[in-house]
Design a protein around this ligand. Structure first.
Ligand code: NAD
Ligand code: TYD
Length: 378
């Protein structure tokens, strides 16, 4: 008998694997069931250190498989769901939006409906249950660089009210109207609306969180940071979209996992929380930092790989700037990011350089073909 039986979807992916690891290790009194289809982005090697734990079970399944999901919930007496499974890469969504609608919209709806039917069939109904949906800040659209003083990344990783006074109008708040631009963010926005609709219509206990860009170990090397670390290591070109002026707000993945833990346990039902560390960077500044860090750790001459920077055709509909205001989460639940960006980047670069086998494993086969196709004509 476990105290809680929690279903984590997408647990073999980047963020999901950190959440599964945290919950399995921190809560031996909980049963953790990881449901993942193992797409190109899911990798059980991300979870080797927890796979033999008695409170952990992996199930290979598609979240769109209604009967399979229903059966699993009944079999495992699921009372909490942390939903991370998704197609997550903007560039892929531009090429193949249908897969994003299928998994992110229909898959989320399938999970919601299964949870509703299963929980309603129990005597205690929705009592003690929670459907926690993990989403992105990209649903809010894009900010521009209109502050009179201009954006000066990096900002402090410690949120302060002074900071907010100065830049207050320039952040995504929980109340910011949804305005997604990419097929990825449109599909996530749609799934967020479905989650809230299940609360408002059926009374299902739900929470939605919207987080900024994550970085850290186990991220699939299609996203900026791991892709570029790997390319610098192999001295391959670094395809910077447009002028490299776009700004993203970066959070270390373990800080996101800690926020999910706090919100799962103490978040208020029906609320939305923004998660971010007030840590904005222009892409080109990140790229230069990555080059310097990799070169230093590999004992190369300073800046010798700067010539790998290659400006390529911009991403279609490329959002200019994302910046999250997470003061609600910080004030109400006491969460704050633990790492400064410089520390986080150092840790991340070291991890990828030390885990060559992981990188080689995920970058073989299909990955090669995908990238040849992706950069054709750029
Ligand atoms: P990821 O692409 O690394 O992992 C996604 C996981 O979902 C993979 O393990 C994959 O196998 C699984 N999956 C995909 N389709 C599935 C399906 N139909 N059925 C079952 N499993 C399926 O993604 P990530 O970066 O870890 O993101 C996880 C979640 O967090 C996503 O919902 C994403 O929108 C959200 N998010 C990500 C970021 C970020 O910076 N990466 C930021 C904010 C929010
Ligand atoms: P990415 O990691 O794909 O995250 P997202 O698009 O969800 O923010 O991209 C981060 C930023 O880096 C984004 O502005 C696009 C840019 N980028 C490049 O310039 N080159 C690349 O090869 C990639 C993958 C991203």
């Amino acid at each position: 008998m476990y105290k809680r039986n929690i279903l984590i979807t997408g647990g073999a992916g980047f963020i999901g694997s950190h959440v599964v690891r945290l919950f399995v290790n921190k809560y031996p009194e909980y049963r953790i069931v990881n449901l993942d289809k193992l797409t190109y982005a899911g990798n059980l090697a991300n979870l080797r250190d927890v796979e033999d734990k008695p409170n952990y079970r992996f199930v290979k399944m598609d979240i769109c498989d209604f009967e399979g999901v229903m059966h699993l919930m009944e079999e495992e007496h699921i009372d909490g769901i942390i939903h991370l499974a998704a197609e997550s890469h903007v560039d892929r969504s531009i090429k193949d939006p249908f897969t994003f609608a299928r998994t992110n919209v229909m898959g989320t709806l399938t999970l919601l409906q299964s949870a509703k039917l299963y929980w309603e069939s129990r005597q205690e109904k929705f009592e003690g249950k929670l459907f926690y949906h993990i989403s992105t800040d990209e649903v809010y659209g894009a900010l521009d660089l209109t502050h009179p003083e201009g954006v000066k990344p990096p900002f402090s990783t410690r949120a302060s009210s002074d900071h907010h006074e100065a830049y207050g109008e320039e952040f995504f708040l929980e109340s910011t109207k949804y305005n997604p631009h990419s097929p990825y963010s449109a599909s996530k926005a749609s799934s967020d609306h479905f989650v809230r609709a299940y609360h408002d219509t059926y009374g299902m206990p739900t929470i939605v969180t919207n987080c900024s860009n994550n970085y850290g170990p186990y991220q699939f090397p299609e996203k900026l940071i791991p892709l570029f670390i790997n390319n610098i290591r192999h001295r391959k070109p670094l395809p910077v979209y447009g002028k490299g002026e776009n700004v993203r707000d970066w959070l270390f993945v373990e800080d996101h996992a800690r926020a999910i833990d706090v919100i799962f346990h103490r978040g208020k039902v029906a609320e939305t929380y923004n998660i971010g560390g007030f840590n904005e960077w222009k892409n080109i500044d990140i790229v230069r930092t990555l080059i310097r860090t990799v070169d230093r750790l590999l004992g190369r001459t300073e800046d010798e790989d700067m010539n790998l920077i290659t400006y390529v055709t911009d991403r279609l509909g490329h959002d200019m700037r994302y910046a999250i205001d997470s003061r609600k989460l910080q004030a109400e639940l006491g969460w704050e990011p633990s790492l400064q960006f410089e520390e986080g980047i150092e840790k991340t670069v070291r991890w990828y350089l030390d885990h060559e086998a992981w990188m080689d494993n995920v970058t073989s086969g299909d990955y090669q073909r995908y990238y040849e196709d992706m950069y054709k004509g750029r």
